[in-house]
Design a protein around this ligand. Structure first.
Ligand code: TPP
Ligand code: MG
Length: 297
């Protein structure tokens, strides 16, 4: 892990039981995502598999919430900017007990509470409708500011993607968060090196991305987003410096699209995957065969 900002000493290594618990949750999130993807035969399955460790760490280790009362005022807020990642978010909401696991099979169907792009009016626990990219962090800044003004101890975590870093509004929000010293705000960026039109570095290069966030005044860490131990350690480092007033924090997470399913890790058209009928079972078997196994390993 690269610890870029200097004010926090690295926290102790997260204990094995905690890491194992979150890794197991991530594995279940991946299985849910495959099952949901099969309902449609296609979709943003690769992103769900890639971000499963981040989502498991957030819901299983970081957020305070009441599963049966998604609007509870004292909850932490998790904002999914990237509406197309909803499949992974629904899997995490099921894992968290906010959405019944049995409902996941309705994903993307007419009248389902789980549309293919995340909608706050449809789904319990979905704080925003984030499909129009570049708005999540702006909303998160407003929420963090509002919560602090109300004297709330709740934090705001915004999940965004590397493609969203192409949006000017993201950087306006980043500047605003630092200006207002939103120590209750964390951005979690999935850097999967991919966008709808191809590789991020060919569409619009965002690197050196760590230095950019640092220059905007954020407490910046960059980790392997498929390494649960590194993710938890990064959150622990934030906890050591966080407060209602202070630097906003960002965890830049390098992930692999399709992580855990070698068949999908090597797909050329990875943004929106078409998966053949006979391949779903292969995907499940590959996932079951070993967490952390990659196409190159
Ligand atoms: C404002 C806006 N512009 C364009 C789109 C179309 N769009 C949908 S997903 C996507 C790719 C965004 O990049 P990223 O989230 O990194 O893609 P992924 O990693 O999921 O392939 C784009 C451009 C959109 N949803 N919103
Ligand atoms: Mg991407």
């Amino acid at each position: 892990m690269t610890l870029s900002s200097t004010e926090a000493a690295p926290a102790a290594t997260p204990n094995a039981e905690r890491v194992d618990r979150i890794r197991a949750a991530a594995q279940r999130i991946r299985h849910h995502a495959l099952n949901m993807g099969e309902v449609q035969g296609q979709g943003y399955v690769g992103q769900a598999l890639g971000a499963a460790d981040m989502l498991a760490a957030v819901y299983g280790d970081q957020l305070t919430f009441r599963p049966g009362d998604p609007h509870w005022e004292g909850r932490d807020r998790f904002l999914l900017s990237t509406g197309h990642y909803a499949i992974g978010h629904y899997a995490a909401l099921a894992e968290a007990g906010i959405v019944p696991v049995s409902e996941l099979e309705t994903y993307g169907s007419d009248d389902s509470r789980l549309p293919m792009s995340g909608m706050s009016t449809y789904t319990p626990g979905m704080e925003i409708s984030g499909g129009s990219l570049g708005h999540g962090l702006t909303i998160a800044v407003g929420m963090a500011l509002g919560l602090r003004a109300q004297g709330s101890a709740s934090r705001v975590i915004n999940f965004l993607s590397d493609g969203e870093l192409d949006e000017g509004s993201t950087w306006e929000a980043a500047m605003g968060a630092h200006h207002h010293q939103l120590g209750n705000l964390t951005a979690l960026v999935d850097i999967n090196a991919l966008q709808a039109d191809g590789a991020t570095d060919t569409v619009l290069r965002t690197e050196p991305v760590t230095e950019k966030w640092e220059a905007f005044g954020w407490y910046t860490q960059r980790v392997d987003g498929n390494d649960v131990g590194a993710l938890l350690a990064a959150f622990d480092n934030i906890a050591a410096v966080a407060g209602p007033v202070g630097r906003p924090s960002v965890i830049l997470c390098d992930t692999k699209v399709g992580r855990g399913v070698p068949l999908l890790e090597t797909r050329e058209k990875a943004h929106f995957m078409r998966i053949e009928e006979h391949e779903w079972q292969i995907c499940r078997e590959q996932l079951t065969a070993g967490y952390g196994r990659t196409a190159s390993a």
